[in-house]
Write a protein that binds this ligand. Structure first.
Ligand SMILES: [Zn+2]
Length: 215
């Protein structure tokens, strides 16, 4: 019995590692932005993003020096935040992860979707060019493309999204987008029906940044 349990635990660890190291994405995962993460809530109702335990080299602001030109939730439900520096500036991956999708995708233009630990996904859109492809294992700070205005965009900028289980939430919970700094806090993501409620644990960040379910 004990051996069986150990075997099961071992298989679980192997499955978790292989998802990170040798991605085997479905065609849905390679071709679409809004995709549920397989098995994300299989062991419990909540997953935690421990931003407070990340070392310096494990995160990077995607567009250093950028200013926010359109916040999350604006214009009737903006799915990300628009941040801007100049045309053809280098976009950097926010955390270590695996590129799930990199291609032109309707209004997003050239888009990159990166899957990180614990199901967090970051999305970089309207890029002039993408430097990465689906399946690439990348590190925080690695260049993934250049700012552009491909897709539906009126100026060169980065449309930056954060998602969990396919659902977008305010990226300002992860980064202080005005300051260009990581919020060193623990974020709790709780499954709620078809949606996910994303909240800061410690209460350092104001609650009004939280995602309204269903948007
Ligand atoms: Zn946008």
């Amino acid at each position: 019995m004990k051996n069986q349990l150990l075997l099961i635990a071992g298989l679980f660890v192997a499955a978790t590692l292989s998802a990170q190291d040798k991605p085997n994405f479905s065609s849905m995962e390679v071709n679409h932005i809004r995709v549920a993460t397989p098995g994300l809530f299989s062991t419990g109702k909540s997953v935690f993003l421990n931003l407070d335990s990340l070392a310096e080299h494990e995160y990077a602001f995607p567009l250093p020096g950028a200013k926010v030109i359109s916040a999350y939730g604006s214009r009737g439900g903006h799915s990300g935040a628009d941040i801007k520096t100049c045309a053809k500036d280098t976009i950097r991956c926010a955390f270590d992860g695996v590129v799930r999708m990199a291609k032109p995708y309707s209004a997003y233009g050239n888009v990159v979707v990166v899957r990180h630990a614990n199901g967090l996904e970051t999305i970089y859109s309207h890029n002039l060019t993408n430097f990465v492809k689906s399946g690439d294992v990348i590190k925080a700070g690695e260049p993934i493309g250049l700012t552009g205005r491909t897709g539906r965009a009126t100026t060169e900028h980065l449309h930056f999204e954060t998602r969990i289980n396919g659902q977008h939430f305010n990226p300002n919970l992860i980064f202080d987008l005005k300051e260009g700094t990581l919020r060193k806090e623990c974020i709790k993501c709780t499954k709620n029906g078809k949606g996910v409620v994303v909240k800061t644990q410690a209460g350092k960040t104001k609650v009004d940044l939280a995602q309204q379910p269903g948007k």
